[in-house]
Design a protein around this ligand. Structure first.
Ligand SMILES: *Cc1c(COP(=O)(O)O)cnc(C)c1O
Length: 463
């Protein structure tokens, strides 16, 4: 509807000379703007009436997809529901209007929120202290690795320049290690999808600064060998880093601090409900075990993304000590339910109980030529956000589904039904699936062209 009635770009609705405003008559006389300050030619701005502008943007905003519109099973991202009360609390003028340079004695409330949130996160993770400075998970990884580097340097140990990262890790892990000036060494996964401890043993020596792990890992599998891994890593003098992006299914079940991790980050925007579709805003507080607090670096001014911290604190309080214990088990139940309902039609490369998410390797029937990309695009026609696709890189046709604990059985059943329908379509009318989406304002875009040659201006579009 938007395209036909309103045009895709505000420039397409422009008519020369049309105005959406009227300025008061000039009562101040006429002044010449010096020549050198003037434009060579008029700015090319769209010229529209007020209602056209309002409708154009309002209708476009309706094209946004979020957890509030529909099911959003994006694996590894934990797109969970952000209750309205969290937004309300974060928007309270007493907090929202604070200025970072206000005198400290006028911000006692905000400081109390940080202290109380830190206490809650310590209780949930088993860590001893948190810094709120990092703005995202990746920023937290860098901060945490700086803590580890600082720790080794304080002992005069400058040989430790390597970070061990599993091959299933999120791309930010090796990237953060590299940005921190450390060398990345990859440890392989076993056929069951967990870290190959024998391979790890070969890699451990006194040049290793840290081992980074995600648990449950990016396949949604609980890393059962962590106690042994922690012992091996500590045994060679290195520290254990926990990538907390997948903390959601751990809530109420177990704590990284109890498993032997020394440093971790939490993605508040994943586990503690801040909406983050489209890349922001986020917060990646870093926690450390006792004794490592002095090594917190100053990676940003002030206390990070305070509004995200407010939402996290409101979320934790609204669930409370008892209900928060249900988060992990329910997220796990929902993921396993979808997995079991679909594994006869979609290829499940690793059988068994998963945690909050799991990975299919595309459709079971490979003869149709319908890919994971096609399935993901077809889901859009049915009103669902696509799962994560082609990650992790361990399989060719990864389709990674994470429902979260928030969804009702009806929603899960609706999704299962559509996924089954798409599998049937793949056999009976594959071209329909391969040409999807058919019902979105824009059909299938050329991913490569969009990345290699992005068209970001109206003028470029006309050429
Ligand atoms: C999302 C994610 C990250 C990075 O977090 P950002 O907040 O996006 O920077 C790191 N590791 C894993 C496993 C993730 O899912």
């Amino acid at each position: 509807m938007n395209n036909r009635l309103y045009g895709n770009l505000i420039f397409e609705l422009s008519h020369e000379g049309r105005r959406g405003y009227s300025l008061p008559k000039n009562r101040f006389g006429h002044y010449e703007v010096p020549q050198e300050l003037r434009r060579g030619r008029d700015a090319e701005l769209p010229e529209c009436d007020e209602l056209t502008v309002v409708r154009h943007y309002t209708n476009h905003s309706g094209n946004n997809f979020g957890v509030d519109n529909g099911f959003y099973p994006l694996g590894s991202c934990t797109m969970k529901y952000n209750p309205c009360i969290d937004e309300e609390v974060a928007a309270m003028p007493q907090f929202a209007n604070l200025h970072p340079l206000q005198p400290k004695d006028t911000t006692a409330g905000a400081q109390a929120v940080c202290t109380l949130l830190e206490r809650a996160l310590c209780a949930l993770t088993g860590m001893s202290a948190f810094t709120f400075k990092p703005f995202a998970g990746a920023h937290g990884e860098l901060t945490g690795l700086m803590v580890i580097r600082g720790y080794h340097e304080s002992r005069g140990d400058s040989r430790r320049t390597k970070v061990i990262v599993p091959d299933s890790a999120h791309g930010t892990n090796p990237a953060s290690a590299a940005v921190c000036g450390l060398e990345v060494v990859e440890v392989k996964s076993r056929a069951d999808g967990t870290v190959d401890v024998d391979h790890l043993k070969e890699l451990l020596d006194d040049t290793v600064a840290a081992m980074m792990m995600t648990n449950p890992n990016t396949l949604g599998l609980f890393e059962k060998s962590i106690p042994e891994i922690a012992q091996l890593v500590h045994g060679c003098g290195a520290l254990m880093y926990y990538d907390g992006a997948n903390l959601n299914p751990m809530l109420g079940a177990c704590r990284p601090g109890d498993m032997g991790f020394d440093v971790m980050h939490i993605n508040l925007h994943k586990t503690f409900a801040t909406p983050h579709g489209g890349g922001g805003p986020g917060a990646g507080p870093v926690g450390v075990r006792k004794g490592l607090e002095p090594f917190f670096p100053c990676v940003s001014p002030y206390s990070g993304n305070f509004a995200v911290e407010m939402r996290a604190y409101a979320y934790i309080l609204s669930l409370g000590r008892e209900n928060i214990k249900m988060v992990g088990p329910l997220a796990t139940l929902n993921a396993n339910y979808i997995k079991e309902c679909l594994k006869d039609l979609y290829l499940l490369p690793i059988e068994g109980l998963c945690k909050h998410e799991f990975v299919f390797d595309g459709l079971r029937d490979k003869s149709t030529g319908v890919t994971t990309m096609d399935v993901a695009k077809r889901l859009l026609d049915y009103g669902y956000h696509a799962p994560t696709i082609y990650f992790p890189l361990l399989f060719h046709e990864s389709l990674m589904i994470e429902p979260t604990e928030n969804e009702s059985k009806d929603t899960l059943d609706g999704f299962v039904k559509v996924m089954r329908t798409i599998a049937r379509e793949a056999t009976e009318q594959p071209d329909e699936v391969k040409g999807a989406p058919h019902s979105t304002p824009i059909g299938r875009v050329d991913d490569v062209l969009a990345a290699k040659h992005p068209v970001t201006t109206f003028r470029q579009m006309r050429i």
